[in-house]
Design a protein around this ligand. Structure first.
Ligand SMILES: *Cc1c(COP(=O)(O)O)cnc(C)c1O
Length: 421
């Protein structure tokens, strides 16, 4: 459920007309709903109650500081995968004790910043990282709380580019080696082993792989405890999928997911962490674009938008589907037409949808991509020297630009011409 609905024939974000935002900031732009973000965050906290828990929002899905502050003020922790994301979490006022640091390639410099600024835990992904973190923490006279990310070798049954828990993926250590790696961790100075971490992939639409992985984590918890480790925290990762179409998809709900967590690891007395990104942010955002041209090709109608693959790369990168709807509600009974919906970038891959049935739209009309909050703005680039597009946050009847569109002067200023030219 989200808070983007037609009211009096016009698409709204909560109580704000999308057309009013477009008139004020120009297209294309991203718009997020505070009510949807809040609702989705609470679904998780409710689903995990009464277990002791911390929901850590995966910043990589949507990293605007205003969004992070919206969630942080509700009590959310943050899952970061770079020092830049760590600094975003801090800028949003999230205390270090609520920030977990994931990722396979943390540098010593990144470790230092997080240790000095405060951190809930590092999710360590390899033995070399373990040794590096031990050295950095010791040199600072600090102790790094850690979990070790185990790879349970389960098939997440999702897109191959976002599957992370299979043997052969670059993530974590094989669960079969956990005993040896935990023993090494316990022997190293400057580390405090607090728990276990697992994250098997993104956009999972079936709970079975989670169940498989979490049962293995439960077994591992008992085993590591028997080997003398004080396992008191389980980070179960993110990855719960969302519906990208209104019609046929029905991915599992956070309540089902919470029940699964209670069933598999709920009796271990551990504090539970989860790291959802997409489920909180995905359906909390729209990408709004204007129609530049309607071009009739051979047997095809091209809808050429002012948004492109550099603004929203998911269709080009993952073959992902986004529902695309007109901002003015189609009158009932109008005959849909078939459109190839494309952007202006000079690549055939800059195609959002082929043969998409949609109510007729005309040049100058506005359309909205649904489910664009996650892995949208964060993956944008300036390819074709197209400025990064603005982000807007709505709360009830208010809206604010939370990231401005850069001017071409600002973009050009970042390039410098060497003295010899
Ligand atoms: C990407 C990622 C997440 C979030 O995944 P979603 O599918 O957006 O919920 C959580 N944890 C880690 C370690 C990740 O890499």
């Amino acid at each position: 459920m989200d808070h983007f609905t037609y009211k009096n024939g016009h698409l709204h974000a909560e109580d704000v007309a999308i057309a009013d935002i477009a008139a004020s900031v120009g297209t294309p732009f991203y718009v997020y709903s505070t009510a949807t973000l809040t609702r989705h965050y609470r679904l998780f906290t409710d689903a995990l109650t009464p277990l002791p828990h911390q929901v850590c929002f995966a910043i990589k899905s949507l990293s605007n500081v205003a969004v992070l502050k919206t969630l942080g003020d509700l009590g959310a922790g943050m899952d970061v995968v770079s020092v830049g994301e760590y600094m975003r979490a801090k800028a949003a006022g999230v205390p270090g004790e609520r920030i977990v640091f994931s990722g396979v390639g943390k540098t010593r410099a990144e470790m230092r910043v997080a240790l000095e600024g405060g951190i809930r835990q590092f999710n360590v992904e390899s033995e070399p990282e373990l040794r590096a973190l031990s050295e950095v923490a010791t040199s600072l006279g600090l102790v790094a709380p850690i979990t070790i990310r185990v790879n349970p070798d389960v098939d997440a049954k999702t897109h191959e580019k976002i599957s992370t828990g299979k043997k052969g993926d670059k993530f974590g250590i094989p669960i079969s080696r956990a005993s040896a790696v935990y023993a090494e961790a316990a022997s190293l100075p400057g580390l405090d082993v607090v728990g276990i971490d697992v994250h098997i992939g993104s956009q999972l639409t079936d709970l079975a792989p989670f169940e498989q992985a979490y049962l293995m984590v439960a077994d591992l918890t008992r085993q590591l405890r028997a080997e003398g480790h004080d396992i008191r925290r389980l980070d179960l990762g993110g990855g719960l999928g969302i519906p990208y179409t209104r019609s046929n998809e029905a991915p599992p709900l956070p309540t089902d997911y919470g029940a699964l967590i209670k069933r598999t690891v709920g009796d271990l007395g551990c504090e539970i962490e989860i790291e959802p990104g997409r489920l909180i942010s995905g359906n909390a955002g729209l990408l709004v674009a204007g129609v530049i041209y309607l071009k009739h090709g051979e047997g095809r109608n091209f809808l050429i938008l002012d948004a492109a693959m550099n603004d929203l790369v998911r269709p080009a990168m993952y073959g992902a589907h986004h529902d695309i709807i007109p901002v003015v509600e189609p009158v009932p009974g109008v005959e849909p037409q078939s459109f190839d919906i494309v952007g202006p970038v000079c690549e055939s891959g800059d195609t959002f949808a082929k043969g998409r049935a949609m109510a007729p739209v005309a040049e100058g009309d506005l359309v909205a991509f649904r489910s664009a909050g996650a892995y949208g703005a964060v993956m944008a680039s300036e390819y074709n020297t197209r400025p990064l597009i603005p982000e807007v946050l709505v709360k009830a009847d208010q809206f604010a630009v939370i990231r401005e569109r850069p001017t071409f002067d600002e973009i050009l200023k970042r390039d410098t011409i060497p003295a010899w030219l």
